[in-house]
Ligand binder design. Sequence first.
Ligand code: 9MR
Length: 367
Amino acid sequence: MNKRMILGTIFLSMGMVATAQTMKDVLGKYFLIGTAVSTANIDSKDPRVKQAIVDNFNAIVAENCMKGEAIHPEENRYYWDEADRIVKFAEDNHMTITGHCLIWHSQPPKWMFTDKEGSPVSREVLIDRMYHHITDVVTRYKGKIKGWDVINEAFEDDGSYRKTPYYNIIGPEYFELAFRFAHAADPDTELYYNDYSMAKPAKREAVCKLVRDLKAKGCRIDAVGMQSHNGTDYPDLADYEKTIDALSACGVKVMMTELDLNMLPNPKRFGGAEVSQHFQYDKSFNPYVKGLTRQAQKMFNERYLAFFKIYKKHAHQISRVTLWGLSDGDSWLNGWPIPGRTNYSLLIDRQYKLKPIVKDIIKLFEQ
Ligand code: 9MR
Protein backbone atom coordinates (compact mmCIF):
# COMPACT_ATOMS: atom_id res chain seq x y z
CA MET A 1 0.00 0.00 0.00
CA ASN A 2 1.45 3.38 -0.90
CA LYS A 3 1.28 6.54 1.21
CA ARG A 4 -1.83 7.90 -0.56
CA MET A 5 -3.74 4.67 -0.05
CA ILE A 6 -2.70 4.37 3.61
CA LEU A 7 -3.77 7.97 4.23
CA GLY A 8 -7.01 7.33 2.35
CA THR A 9 -7.76 4.29 4.51
CA ILE A 10 -6.93 6.11 7.75
CA PHE A 11 -9.07 9.10 6.77
CA LEU A 12 -11.94 6.81 5.84
CA SER A 13 -11.79 4.93 9.14
CA MET A 14 -11.85 8.31 10.93
CA GLY A 15 -14.91 9.33 8.92
CA MET A 16 -12.88 11.87 6.97
CA VAL A 17 -12.94 12.32 3.20
CA ALA A 18 -10.29 10.17 1.49
CA THR A 19 -7.71 11.73 -0.80
CA ALA A 20 -8.92 11.53 -4.40
CA GLN A 21 -7.94 8.42 -6.27
CA THR A 22 -5.65 9.13 -9.20
CA MET A 23 -5.19 7.39 -12.54
CA LYS A 24 -2.43 5.19 -11.20
CA ASP A 25 -4.55 4.10 -8.22
CA VAL A 26 -7.55 3.18 -10.34
CA LEU A 27 -6.40 2.45 -13.92
CA GLY A 28 -3.25 0.92 -12.43
CA LYS A 29 -5.33 -2.08 -11.38
CA TYR A 30 -5.95 -2.85 -15.06
CA PHE A 31 -2.61 -2.02 -16.71
CA LEU A 32 0.44 0.18 -16.25
CA ILE A 33 -0.40 3.82 -16.79
CA GLY A 34 2.56 5.83 -17.93
CA THR A 35 3.97 9.04 -19.30
CA ALA A 36 6.94 9.89 -21.48
CA VAL A 37 9.36 12.18 -19.66
CA SER A 38 12.23 14.36 -20.74
CA THR A 39 15.30 15.21 -18.70
CA ALA A 40 13.89 18.77 -18.53
CA ASN A 41 10.90 17.27 -16.71
CA ILE A 42 12.88 15.36 -14.12
CA ASP A 43 15.35 18.24 -13.62
CA SER A 44 12.61 20.85 -13.31
CA LYS A 45 12.74 23.17 -10.31
CA ASP A 46 8.97 23.57 -10.53
CA PRO A 47 7.61 21.12 -7.90
CA ARG A 48 4.37 20.69 -9.87
CA VAL A 49 6.26 18.77 -12.54
CA LYS A 50 7.52 15.93 -10.36
CA GLN A 51 4.20 15.90 -8.53
CA ALA A 52 2.31 15.46 -11.80
CA ILE A 53 4.52 12.51 -12.72
CA VAL A 54 4.49 10.62 -9.44
CA ASP A 55 0.87 11.30 -8.45
CA ASN A 56 -0.72 10.14 -11.68
CA PHE A 57 1.52 7.53 -13.26
CA ASN A 58 3.26 4.30 -12.27
CA ALA A 59 5.39 3.99 -15.40
CA ILE A 60 7.73 6.21 -17.40
CA VAL A 61 9.62 6.07 -20.65
CA ALA A 62 12.40 8.41 -21.77
CA GLU A 63 11.03 10.53 -24.60
CA ASN A 64 14.37 11.06 -26.35
CA CYS A 65 17.59 10.33 -24.46
CA MET A 66 17.79 6.58 -25.11
CA LYS A 67 17.54 7.00 -28.88
CA GLY A 68 20.62 5.90 -30.83
CA GLU A 69 21.79 9.35 -31.85
CA ALA A 70 21.62 10.60 -28.25
CA ILE A 71 22.98 7.65 -26.34
CA HIS A 72 25.66 6.48 -28.80
CA PRO A 73 27.11 9.61 -30.44
CA GLU A 74 30.34 7.96 -31.64
CA GLU A 75 31.20 4.35 -32.32
CA ASN A 76 33.39 4.10 -29.26
CA ARG A 77 31.60 6.59 -27.05
CA TYR A 78 28.29 6.43 -25.24
CA TYR A 79 26.51 9.28 -23.52
CA TRP A 80 24.78 7.64 -20.56
CA ASP A 81 24.23 10.63 -18.31
CA GLU A 82 20.61 11.52 -19.17
CA ALA A 83 19.38 7.95 -19.56
CA ASP A 84 21.02 7.01 -16.23
CA ARG A 85 19.24 9.87 -14.50
CA ILE A 86 15.85 8.91 -15.90
CA VAL A 87 16.36 5.28 -14.86
CA LYS A 88 17.34 6.47 -11.37
CA PHE A 89 14.27 8.72 -11.23
CA ALA A 90 12.11 5.67 -11.91
CA GLU A 91 13.90 3.63 -9.25
CA ASP A 92 13.75 6.40 -6.65
CA ASN A 93 10.03 6.82 -7.24
CA HIS A 94 9.20 3.11 -7.53
CA MET A 95 8.02 3.42 -11.11
CA THR A 96 8.31 0.96 -13.95
CA ILE A 97 10.53 2.14 -16.78
CA THR A 98 10.61 0.95 -20.37
CA GLY A 99 13.35 1.56 -22.91
CA HIS A 100 12.76 3.48 -26.14
CA CYS A 101 14.23 2.53 -28.57
CA LEU A 102 17.06 0.31 -29.83
CA ILE A 103 16.62 0.26 -33.62
CA TRP A 104 14.90 3.14 -35.45
CA HIS A 105 15.50 4.65 -38.88
CA SER A 106 15.10 8.13 -37.39
CA GLN A 107 17.78 9.58 -35.10
CA PRO A 108 20.06 6.52 -35.44
CA PRO A 109 23.65 6.77 -34.25
CA LYS A 110 25.10 9.10 -36.93
CA TRP A 111 28.11 6.91 -37.69
CA MET A 112 26.14 3.64 -37.89
CA PHE A 113 25.78 3.12 -41.63
CA THR A 114 28.98 4.52 -43.16
CA ASP A 115 32.70 3.91 -42.90
CA LYS A 116 35.45 6.52 -42.41
CA GLU A 117 35.33 7.46 -46.11
CA GLY A 118 31.57 7.94 -45.96
CA SER A 119 30.79 4.80 -48.01
CA PRO A 120 28.03 2.46 -46.89
CA VAL A 121 29.27 -0.29 -44.59
CA SER A 122 28.95 -3.96 -45.50
CA ARG A 123 26.21 -6.21 -44.18
CA GLU A 124 28.68 -7.88 -41.79
CA VAL A 125 29.87 -4.56 -40.38
CA LEU A 126 26.33 -3.26 -39.85
CA ILE A 127 25.29 -6.49 -38.09
CA ASP A 128 28.35 -6.17 -35.87
CA ARG A 129 27.60 -2.51 -35.07
CA MET A 130 23.96 -3.31 -34.38
CA TYR A 131 25.06 -6.14 -32.08
CA HIS A 132 27.35 -3.88 -30.08
CA HIS A 133 24.83 -1.06 -29.82
CA ILE A 134 22.02 -3.31 -28.62
CA THR A 135 24.25 -5.34 -26.32
CA ASP A 136 25.85 -2.33 -24.64
CA VAL A 137 22.63 -0.38 -24.12
CA VAL A 138 20.55 -3.33 -22.88
CA THR A 139 23.38 -4.58 -20.64
CA ARG A 140 23.81 -1.16 -19.04
CA TYR A 141 20.23 -1.26 -17.74
CA LYS A 142 19.96 -5.01 -17.21
CA GLY A 143 17.47 -5.79 -14.47
CA LYS A 144 16.23 -2.19 -14.36
CA ILE A 145 14.20 -1.84 -17.53
CA LYS A 146 10.94 -3.78 -17.78
CA GLY A 147 11.07 -4.01 -21.56
CA TRP A 148 12.59 -2.49 -24.69
CA ASP A 149 11.11 -1.15 -27.91
CA VAL A 150 13.57 -3.25 -29.90
CA ILE A 151 12.46 -2.00 -33.31
CA ASN A 152 10.47 1.15 -33.94
CA GLU A 153 8.45 2.07 -37.06
CA ALA A 154 9.85 -0.47 -39.51
CA PHE A 155 6.79 -0.76 -41.76
CA GLU A 156 5.11 1.64 -44.16
CA ASP A 157 1.38 2.19 -43.81
CA ASP A 158 0.79 -0.11 -46.81
CA GLY A 159 2.43 -2.96 -44.91
CA SER A 160 5.63 -3.02 -46.95
CA TYR A 161 9.01 -2.94 -45.23
CA ARG A 162 10.28 0.57 -44.65
CA LYS A 163 13.44 0.87 -46.71
CA THR A 164 15.67 1.86 -43.81
CA PRO A 165 19.45 1.47 -43.96
CA TYR A 166 19.03 -1.57 -41.70
CA TYR A 167 16.68 -3.13 -44.25
CA ASN A 168 18.66 -2.04 -47.28
CA ILE A 169 22.01 -3.26 -45.99
CA ILE A 170 21.06 -6.31 -43.91
CA GLY A 171 17.70 -7.36 -45.38
CA PRO A 172 14.63 -8.43 -43.40
CA GLU A 173 16.74 -10.69 -41.17
CA TYR A 174 17.62 -7.59 -39.17
CA PHE A 175 14.36 -8.00 -37.24
CA GLU A 176 15.28 -11.45 -35.97
CA LEU A 177 18.87 -10.42 -35.27
CA ALA A 178 17.85 -7.37 -33.24
CA PHE A 179 15.42 -9.37 -31.09
CA ARG A 180 18.02 -12.10 -30.55
CA PHE A 181 20.75 -9.61 -29.57
CA ALA A 182 18.46 -7.87 -27.08
CA HIS A 183 17.34 -11.16 -25.55
CA ALA A 184 20.92 -12.37 -25.17
CA ALA A 185 21.90 -9.15 -23.39
CA ASP A 186 19.08 -9.38 -20.83
CA PRO A 187 17.07 -12.62 -20.95
CA ASP A 188 14.64 -11.27 -18.35
CA THR A 189 13.64 -8.05 -20.10
CA GLU A 190 10.50 -7.89 -22.21
CA LEU A 191 10.87 -7.17 -25.93
CA TYR A 192 8.50 -5.09 -28.05
CA TYR A 193 7.83 -3.97 -31.60
CA ASN A 194 6.42 -0.42 -31.73
CA ASP A 195 4.70 1.51 -34.56
CA TYR A 196 2.16 4.23 -35.42
CA SER A 197 -1.02 4.03 -37.57
CA MET A 198 -1.52 0.50 -36.34
CA ALA A 199 -5.26 0.62 -37.07
CA LYS A 200 -4.52 0.60 -40.79
CA PRO A 201 -5.37 -2.90 -42.02
CA ALA A 202 -2.24 -3.42 -44.13
CA LYS A 203 0.05 -2.34 -41.31
CA ARG A 204 -1.87 -4.47 -38.82
CA GLU A 205 -1.39 -7.48 -41.09
CA ALA A 206 2.33 -6.81 -41.57
CA VAL A 207 2.98 -6.48 -37.83
CA CYS A 208 0.93 -9.58 -37.02
CA LYS A 209 2.97 -11.49 -39.59
CA LEU A 210 6.18 -10.19 -38.01
CA VAL A 211 5.02 -11.41 -34.59
CA ARG A 212 4.08 -14.83 -35.94
CA ASP A 213 7.39 -15.14 -37.84
CA LEU A 214 9.49 -14.12 -34.84
CA LYS A 215 7.65 -16.57 -32.63
CA ALA A 216 7.99 -19.35 -35.22
CA LYS A 217 11.75 -18.75 -35.20
CA GLY A 218 11.80 -19.06 -31.41
CA CYS A 219 12.44 -15.36 -30.74
CA ARG A 220 11.07 -13.62 -27.68
CA ILE A 221 8.48 -10.92 -28.31
CA ASP A 222 6.18 -9.96 -25.45
CA ALA A 223 4.09 -7.10 -26.77
CA VAL A 224 3.41 -4.74 -29.63
CA GLY A 225 3.13 -1.01 -29.08
CA MET A 226 0.30 0.76 -30.88
CA GLN A 227 1.71 4.25 -30.55
CA SER A 228 -1.74 5.89 -30.75
CA HIS A 229 -0.87 9.35 -32.02
CA ASN A 230 -4.56 9.97 -32.56
CA GLY A 231 -6.52 12.75 -34.20
CA THR A 232 -10.08 13.97 -33.88
CA ASP A 233 -11.13 11.96 -36.95
CA TYR A 234 -8.59 9.14 -37.02
CA PRO A 235 -8.15 6.30 -36.42
CA ASP A 236 -11.45 4.64 -37.06
CA LEU A 237 -12.35 3.18 -33.67
CA ALA A 238 -13.58 -0.15 -35.05
CA ASP A 239 -10.30 -0.61 -36.94
CA TYR A 240 -8.36 0.34 -33.81
CA GLU A 241 -10.16 -2.34 -31.79
CA LYS A 242 -9.62 -4.87 -34.56
CA THR A 243 -5.87 -4.32 -34.23
CA ILE A 244 -5.97 -4.95 -30.48
CA ASP A 245 -7.79 -8.23 -31.10
CA ALA A 246 -5.56 -9.24 -34.00
CA LEU A 247 -2.33 -8.67 -32.08
CA SER A 248 -3.68 -10.39 -29.04
CA ALA A 249 -4.63 -13.39 -31.18
CA CYS A 250 -0.95 -13.63 -32.22
CA GLY A 251 -0.03 -14.26 -28.59
CA VAL A 252 1.36 -10.87 -27.53
CA LYS A 253 0.15 -8.20 -25.18
CA VAL A 254 -0.86 -4.84 -26.62
CA MET A 255 0.46 -1.54 -25.29
CA MET A 256 -0.63 1.99 -26.13
CA THR A 257 2.85 3.44 -26.05
CA GLU A 258 2.56 7.05 -27.23
CA LEU A 259 -1.00 8.15 -26.65
CA ASP A 260 -1.96 11.73 -27.51
CA LEU A 261 -4.63 13.61 -29.45
CA ASN A 262 -3.79 16.16 -32.11
CA MET A 263 -6.41 18.94 -31.81
CA LEU A 264 -5.02 21.13 -34.59
CA PRO A 265 -5.92 21.23 -38.29
CA ASN A 266 -3.90 18.98 -40.47
CA PRO A 267 -2.83 20.61 -43.76
CA LYS A 268 -2.54 17.35 -45.68
CA ARG A 269 -4.99 15.27 -43.65
CA PHE A 270 -2.37 12.70 -42.76
CA GLY A 271 -2.28 10.84 -39.48
CA GLY A 272 0.56 8.86 -38.01
CA ALA A 273 3.77 10.27 -36.64
CA GLU A 274 6.38 10.39 -39.40
CA VAL A 275 8.74 12.92 -37.82
CA SER A 276 10.21 14.07 -41.11
CA GLN A 277 6.90 15.60 -42.30
CA HIS A 278 6.94 19.41 -42.09
CA PHE A 279 4.76 22.30 -43.26
CA GLN A 280 5.11 26.05 -43.24
CA TYR A 281 3.43 27.93 -40.39
CA ASP A 282 0.24 29.79 -41.21
CA LYS A 283 -2.08 31.41 -38.65
CA SER A 284 -5.05 29.48 -39.97
CA PHE A 285 -3.37 26.26 -38.83
CA ASN A 286 -3.06 27.55 -35.25
CA PRO A 287 -6.63 28.41 -34.20
CA TYR A 288 -6.53 27.81 -30.43
CA VAL A 289 -3.71 30.05 -29.20
CA LYS A 290 -5.92 31.36 -26.40
CA GLY A 291 -7.56 28.02 -25.58
CA LEU A 292 -9.87 25.46 -27.16
CA THR A 293 -13.34 26.58 -28.18
CA ARG A 294 -16.18 24.95 -26.30
CA GLN A 295 -16.88 22.74 -29.27
CA ALA A 296 -13.25 21.66 -29.57
CA GLN A 297 -13.10 20.97 -25.83
CA LYS A 298 -16.17 18.76 -26.17
CA MET A 299 -14.50 16.89 -29.00
CA PHE A 300 -11.33 16.46 -26.90
CA ASN A 301 -13.33 15.00 -24.00
CA GLU A 302 -15.42 12.68 -26.14
CA ARG A 303 -12.46 11.39 -28.06
CA TYR A 304 -10.32 10.65 -24.98
CA LEU A 305 -13.25 8.97 -23.26
CA ALA A 306 -13.90 6.84 -26.34
CA PHE A 307 -10.31 5.62 -26.34
CA PHE A 308 -10.31 4.84 -22.63
CA LYS A 309 -13.61 2.94 -23.03
CA ILE A 310 -11.80 0.76 -25.54
CA TYR A 311 -8.89 0.30 -23.14
CA LYS A 312 -11.25 -0.81 -20.38
CA LYS A 313 -13.09 -3.22 -22.65
CA HIS A 314 -9.80 -4.73 -23.82
CA ALA A 315 -7.93 -4.40 -20.52
CA HIS A 316 -7.20 -8.15 -20.40
CA GLN A 317 -5.24 -7.75 -23.66
CA ILE A 318 -3.45 -4.52 -22.71
CA SER A 319 -0.38 -4.31 -20.47
CA ARG A 320 0.33 -0.55 -20.56
CA VAL A 321 -1.13 2.79 -21.66
CA THR A 322 1.47 5.57 -21.86
CA LEU A 323 0.80 9.21 -22.72
CA TRP A 324 3.40 10.79 -25.00
CA GLY A 325 4.53 13.73 -22.89
CA LEU A 326 3.64 15.01 -19.46
CA SER A 327 1.67 18.18 -20.16
CA ASP A 328 0.31 20.10 -23.14
CA GLY A 329 3.32 22.40 -22.91
CA ASP A 330 5.68 19.43 -23.22
CA SER A 331 4.00 17.80 -26.22
CA TRP A 332 5.89 17.27 -29.46
CA LEU A 333 2.60 18.15 -31.20
CA ASN A 334 3.26 21.87 -30.60
CA GLY A 335 6.07 21.51 -33.12
CA TRP A 336 4.93 18.84 -35.57
CA PRO A 337 4.21 18.92 -38.44
CA ILE A 338 4.15 22.72 -38.22
CA PRO A 339 6.43 24.46 -35.74
CA GLY A 340 5.23 27.09 -33.27
CA ARG A 341 1.63 25.99 -32.69
CA THR A 342 -0.36 25.68 -29.48
CA ASN A 343 -1.76 22.17 -29.13
CA TYR A 344 -3.85 20.55 -26.41
CA SER A 345 -2.99 16.91 -26.82
CA LEU A 346 -2.60 15.47 -23.33
CA LEU A 347 -4.49 14.98 -20.05
CA ILE A 348 -2.44 17.51 -18.07
CA ASP A 349 -2.55 21.20 -19.02
CA ARG A 350 0.22 23.79 -19.27
CA GLN A 351 -0.10 24.57 -15.54
CA TYR A 352 0.40 20.88 -14.74
CA LYS A 353 -3.22 20.56 -13.67
CA LEU A 354 -5.28 17.53 -14.56
CA LYS A 355 -7.96 18.24 -17.14
CA PRO A 356 -11.57 17.69 -16.03
CA ILE A 357 -11.99 14.64 -18.29
CA VAL A 358 -9.54 12.70 -16.11
CA LYS A 359 -12.24 12.42 -13.43
CA ASP A 360 -14.56 10.79 -15.97
CA ILE A 361 -11.82 8.43 -17.08
CA ILE A 362 -11.21 7.41 -13.48
CA LYS A 363 -14.94 6.99 -12.88
CA LEU A 364 -15.16 4.74 -15.92
CA PHE A 365 -12.55 2.41 -14.46
CA GLU A 366 -14.12 2.45 -11.00
CA GLN A 367 -17.39 1.04 -12.36
O1 9MR B 1 8.46 13.31 -28.94
C1 9MR B 1 9.69 13.11 -29.59
C2 9MR B 1 10.30 14.43 -30.02
O2 9MR B 1 10.63 15.21 -28.88
C3 9MR B 1 11.54 14.18 -30.87
O3 9MR B 1 12.01 15.41 -31.39
C4 9MR B 1 11.22 13.23 -32.01
C5 9MR B 1 12.44 12.86 -32.79
O4 9MR B 1 13.34 12.10 -32.03
O5 9MR B 1 10.65 12.03 -31.50
C6 9MR B 1 9.46 12.22 -30.80
O6 9MR B 1 8.97 10.97 -30.37
C7 9MR B 1 8.64 10.03 -31.40
C8 9MR B 1 8.92 8.66 -30.86
O7 9MR B 1 10.25 8.56 -30.44
C9 9MR B 1 8.61 7.59 -31.89
N1 9MR B 1 7.26 7.72 -32.39
C10 9MR B 1 6.88 9.04 -32.87
C11 9MR B 1 7.15 10.06 -31.76
C12 9MR B 1 6.68 11.43 -32.19
O8 9MR B 1 7.44 11.87 -33.27
